[in-house]
Structures are given as structure tokens and as C-alpha cells.
Design a protein around this ligand. Structure first.
Ligand code: URP
Ligand code: ZN
Ligand code: ZN
Length: 460
């Protein structure tokens, strides 16, 4: 049956305006006033904001990192994301066996996701070494549904500058997007080694071994490589340091408008004070890059408001607390890196951003769905409520408030980085391709109902 969402507040050129949305065959058919409800299922959204379902292009479901495996797989992770108003994810595949082809992980990830994901999903290709075959595969994959690729400047499979440059040149040719985890590996390793030798093994030294400059210098280096490669589409993942934004500003000043900045909810909300929590609680916040200072948080919010930051993702990558404690208690360098966030993202951004008037509703939509969809080749099916788009919809009631608690969230790790934090604006209903998958916090979707998304080369 066709559905009509009536009287919801939709973002318009001059602010939210009341509209009806007609959904036919899982697609948005029309957005207008006084659409005829006769013979259609009616959802009354009066007083609520109706926004595109969230698009989170930075998750790590089922990640195998060395001997550690992320707590959420594609079932629990996508259920959590859905309950928080997200209807599409693009997951960063994990590294495969040493020397494996670019295609190897793609196949493996279909095995992990296809019968489990409850929302629509895609994968970023992961680069762990570079040779002619990898570069040929990259070009082929870019034309075959995977136009974005991820490179690391730190960790075991980091790429050299020479290899990053080769990848950039190929990505430029293919028209894809290169996503990079930018941190100065050698500087970080030296600091880590020194701290451990000095017996400084508590969680705060995780942050101190990765100071702001280890991120911003890597961003600067990357931008110089990018210039040499003729400015391919460059996507900076999980930017946390205010100095990194200055690097990007300088590059954009030279006309490089296809550098995209992603930050993540934790870098907008939490400071490094968390590393002083007792009883091992600090280890929940061990992630890379680490949490920073209030000045960085302020700069990132301003960056969103000004349009300098295009995307807010989550880097959702939680490990069980017991595992963090077991490995990280005596030595922060052994603690598995990462935390949860996919379920909290939309409400956090809405409450802390829109309700606290740091950002407009339109900006909220841009960073949570429209921009990630555009940059990652999912627009116009995703990220918008325009006619023709998939009816992926999130209805938020700004009159309702709540408190984040592991008790009511759905992730497998069993904790949230925001325990006890109050928010204003509740996700009341989530729809994927016209089907209600979440209502009043209850998941109504089906395992395996998420569709694999063959993405296109973005036109950004
Ligand atoms: O600490 C983090 N961020 N873990 C996930 C992997 C990554 O670097 O994005
Ligand atoms: Zn990363
Ligand atoms: Zn990540």
C-alpha cells in the first residue's frame, strides 16, 4: 500500500516547513501540501521533523584487527544504526591476509554482510599494499560499485608516500574518492615507545602519544601529495584536531575544493578528560585519533556550521569492555582501538547541534546524510527527500527527550561513550525504502533486508 507522511516539518530554503510526503513502491513520489490521503496508509508527523535517513559512511562492523574482533557484526551493528535513525552505512573493510588482492576483502565482506545487514550498505575498498594489479583492480572496482578506497598512514599496513601518490593518481583517473586515515606513524611510534619505557602506560598516554600535530602534519603531507597528483577527490576520515582544519583551509584557498572533511560524533562531544576516568573506564575511549580538548571541539562545530566540515560519521568500532580491560589495563598500547556510536549519532547531532542552535536543520541533514551520500556516490537515491529518492526517512520528535544508556541501546558491546547524557529530540520512526523498520525505539525490520549498494563514481 502507498504511504503518506502528513504534516511533517521538512527542511526548506527558509527553515522547516510543513509538507506531506507520498511514498509509492518504496520511493518518494511527491513532496507537497495537502496530498490526498485517500486509500493510503497515513503516518501523522505533525510537530515532528522529517529528515532523510542517516548515511554513516564510517563504520567497522565485524572488523578483525589483529587478534581482536569488533563486538558488532553486520546484524547487531546495523540494528543499532537503524534504531538511531541511520538507514545506510558504508563500511571500511578490514585488512585481509598479507599480500591479498584488493578484491579479496570485497568477497569476504559480502559473506559477512549479505544475510545479516538490516539496512542498506556498501563497502570502501581497502589498500594494504600497492602494485600494478592493485591499481588495475582499483580502476575496475571504481566502475563496478566501489568508487571509494581507504588508505592508512599509520598501523601495520600503512602506505608509503610513494604508494599513496600512485594510488592518488589512479583514483584521479578513475574519478573515485580516496579516504585516508592521516596520522604521522613514526612520531607516534617514538612517543609510544618512550612512554612505555618510562612506565607511562595509563590511557592518558594514548592521547599524549598522538598529539594534534601528529594528525595535522599528516593532513598537510597528504595535501601536498594530492596537489602533485592533480587533486583527486580526497576524503579525510575522523578529523579531530583544529590544526587539521587550518591545513584544509589553506588547500581550499588554492582552489582544491574536492578535499572533504569528516569528523565523528565523539570528537564533537568528548574531551581527553575521559582518559583520567577510574577503574579502567578510560579504556573505553582509547581510539585513534584520541579525544582532544574543548578548543578542538569548538573548532569542529564551527567547521560544521561554516560548511568546512562536510560529514559527521561515527567510526563505529567497539570492542568488549572486558577485552579492553584485559589487554589495555597494564599498557595502553595493547588496548584494542575504537568505540561505538552508530546508534547515538543522529540524536547527538540533532540535540547538541540543532536544538542547541549550533547548526541549522539543513546543516544537520547535510552532514548526516546528504553530503556523505553525494561524496560516496549514493545520491540521489540516498541522502535526500526529493521525488525519485528511496523512501529512507527518519522522523524526529523535538518535544521528546531521553538519556543515553547502554540498557536501551542495541549495540553488542553493552556500553555507550555517552552514558547518562540527556538529549532532546527522539527518533520516533525510521523507514527504509518505504517500510517502517523502527517505531518508538522498537526494531521491526528483518535480518538480511539490507541491500548491497553498488555505488557510482561521485560527481562532486
Ligand atoms: O580507533 C579507531 N579509530 N579504530 C578503528 C579503526 C580506525 O582507525 O578507523
Ligand atoms: Zn582510522
Ligand atoms: Zn575507522
Amino acid at each position: 500500500m502507498d504511504t503518506i507522511i502528513r504534516n511533517g516539518l521538512v527542511s526548506g530554503p527558509t527553515g522547516p516547513e510543513s509538507y506531506d510526503i507520498l511514498i509509492v513502491g518504496g520511493k518518494i513520489k511527491a513532496v507537497g501540501t495537502d496530498l490526498d490521503p485517500e486509500g493510503r496508509e497515513v503516518i501523522d508527523a505533525r510537530g515532528c521533523l522529517v529528515v532523510p535517513g542517516g548515511v554513516d559512511v564510517h563504520t567497522h562492523f565485524d572488523l578483525q584487527a589483529g587478534t581482536h574482533r569488533a563486538a558488532d557484526d553486520f546484524l547487531t551493528g546495523t540494528v543499532a544504526a537503524a534504531c538511531g535513525g541511520t538507514t545506510t552505512i558504508v563500511d571500511h573493510m578490514a585488512f585481509g591476509p598479507k599480500g591479498c588482492s584488493l578484491r579479496h576483502q570485497e568477497e569476504a565482506y559480502h559473506g559477512l554482510a549479505d544475510k545479516k545487514a538490516v539496512i542498506d550498505y556498501g563497502f570502501h575498498g581497502v589498500l594494504q599494499h600497492v602494485d600494478d594489479k592493485v591499481l588495475r583492480d582499483l580502476q575496475e572496482m571504481a566502475m563496478d560499485g566501489i568508487p571509494s578506497f581507504k588508505a592508512y598512514m599509520t598501523y601495520d599496513f600503512r602506505l608509503s608516500d610513494k604508494d599513496i601518490l600512485r594510488v592518488m593518481e589512479t583514483v584521479k583517473k578513475a574519478g573515485g574518492v580516496l579516504a585516508v586515515h592521516a596520522e604521522e606513524h613514526d612520531k607516534i611510534e617514538n612517543l609510544r615507545k618512550t612512554f612505555v619505557e618510562e612506565g607511562k602506560t595509563e590511557a592518558i598516554y594514548h592521547a599524549m602519544s598522538r598529539p594534534n600535530q601528529t594528525e595535522s602534519e599528516a593532513v598537510g603531507r597528504l595535501i601536498r601529495l594530492s596537489e602533485r597528483a592533480g587533486w583527486p577527490n580526497l576524503y579525510l576520515v575522523h578529523i579531530s584536531a583544529r590544526e587539521s582544519l587550518e591545513e584544509v583551509r589553506r588547500a581550499r584557498g588554492k582552489g582544491a575544493m574536492n578535499i572533504f572533511v569528516e569528523t565523528c560524533t565523539q570528537y564533537l562531544m568528548l574531551t581527553e578528560d575521559r582518559y583520567s576516568l577510574k577503574d579502567g573506564e578510560s579504556l573505553k575511549y582509547v581510539m585513534s585519533p584520541p579525544l582532544r580538548k574543548q578548543e578542538d571541539i569548538d573548532a569542529l562545530w564551527k567547521g560544521i556550521a561554516d560548511g568546512e566540515v562536510q560529514v559527521v560519521g561515527t567510526d563505529h568500532c567497539p570492542f568488549f569492555f572486558e577485552e579492553k580491560l584485559m589487554f589495555g589495563s597494564g599498557d595502553f598500547t595493547k588496548c584494542p582501538n575504537g568505540g561505538p556510536g552508530a546508534e547515538e549519532r543522529m540524536r547527538l547531532l540533532f540535540s547538541e547541534g540543532v536544538m542547541k542552535q549550533r547548526i541549522s536543520l539543513q546543516r544537520f541533514i547535510e552532514v548526516t546524510s546528504l553530503n556523505p551520500a553525494r561524496i560516496m556516490g549514493l545520491y540521489p537515491e540516498k541522502g535526500t527527500l526529493e521525488p525519485g529518492a528511496d523512501a529512507d526517512i527518519c522522523i524526529i520528535n523535538p518535544e521528546r527527550s531521553g538519556t543515553f544508556s547502554a540498557e536501551t541501546l542495541h549495540g553488542a558491546a553493552g556500553y555507550t561513550l555517552y552514558e547518562g547524557l540527556e538529549y532532546t529530540g527522539e527518533v520516533e520512526l525510521v523507514m527504509q525504502r518505504g517500510k517502517v523498520i523502527v517505531k518508538d525505539g522498537v526494531f521491526l525490520g528483518q535480518r538480511g533486508d539490507g541491500r548491497y549498494l553498488k555505488r557510482r563514481v561521485p560527481s562532486v
